[in-house]
Design a protein around this ligand. Sequence first.
Ligand SMILES: [Mg+2]
Length: 445
Amino acid sequence: MSASNPANLGASTLDTDLADRKAAYLPPSELAVKYAKGLQAHTPPTPHTSATYAAGAANPHLIKKIESFYVRPRWLFVRIETEGGVVGWGEGTLEGHTEAVEGSLKDISRRLIGWDAMNIEDIYSYLHRHRFYRAGEVLMSAMSGIDIALWDIKGKVFGVPVWQLLGGKVRESAPVYGWIGGDRPSDVLEQAKARKAQGFTRVKMNGTESLGWLDSPHALDETVKRLAEVKSVGLDAGLDFHGRVHKPMAKQLAKLLEPHRPLFIEEPLLPGYVKEMKDLYNQTSIPIALGERLFTREQFKPYFELGCIDIAQPDIAHSGGISETKKIATMAEAYDIAIAPHCPLGPLAFAASLQIGFCTPNFVVCEMSWKMHYNTGGFDLFTYMSNPEVFTVREGSISLLTGPGLGVELNEELIRSEAALVIKEGIEPWQNPLFRGPDGSVREW
Ligand SMILES: [Mg+2]
């Protein structure tokens, strides 16, 4: 280009410019081309009697199709089908951010067609490590939905529950807890009695309504009263501070609650305040739980190393699915930290969490969304299930799931019709409520 005829930067279509731009990107290496569809060389397994494909088929486990379905009340299901006709289901619900995860799933789905569904770890590695940007709630929720569906497929191919593939069972039933009190806790006594009648022995409730950074100490009185009421019914109760309680109030509340012995306090501070959590940890004997907003082992690591939590609460629909949650649990065990999967979500996330519970020594309890305050409009945990009896709560626990894969059978026709209806009617995905203080300022939800 001559100085008198400067290039119109950003608009040049000259061949030489295009050639220069191409040269800026490295062509794929030979190995990248060889493994473009992941690890493919495999020994064909002998098909289980339940499999629909014939022995000797080329590779019936190649991923043929990936779909996602947003269904009310607020869940995002993932469906993967193999060339051999095996269908696996997962869940990548990210409450309040549905479209973001759908976008990520669209991108992932395009990339994974033709990959071997049996190579779960290879697919996880590819999705997590190859793309430069990693972790974060959106990408991890999409990956979690994929991972859970792949484990469902593997279980169905071999005709065994997922816990069998992860080392076998360590318990015959998994303790669960239900919610009382809703977003703004009230009437907890009656709700606690109802939970007891439903078979629960443990419940969880929000610790407080929205709270100012420095609020009146009297704002905490109701919390203590509510816990005492629930304990009077004979239930144990976890208190979810929900990250709503900032440090000046959190240390007061922990002290006030201590004589009433809650099962645990959850997110007493927002994630990220690791040192501050350690300070609080040193001031109270109440077990501290946290983890629903942490993704992967790396994000749990500082909490484990500093010793500032007692219970890790990975959410299997966000933390990396079954693969990563099992690893987080194993890592936690080395620090004498228990695992209590966070799961205010749908039946697939719940079943996947229970699969971890059945095969993990340091699992203690799992959240269950049955009759939870988010499940409105006639939609609840069992709505899309054909075998809801597997989630029967007896003496506070759910018996070993014995079906292949996740052990959950779905009403696919209903899922498809509901997802189509949501699109047709323009029904917006679920959003969390906005909390503001008396001065109009935004508060944590
Ligand atoms: Mg919570």
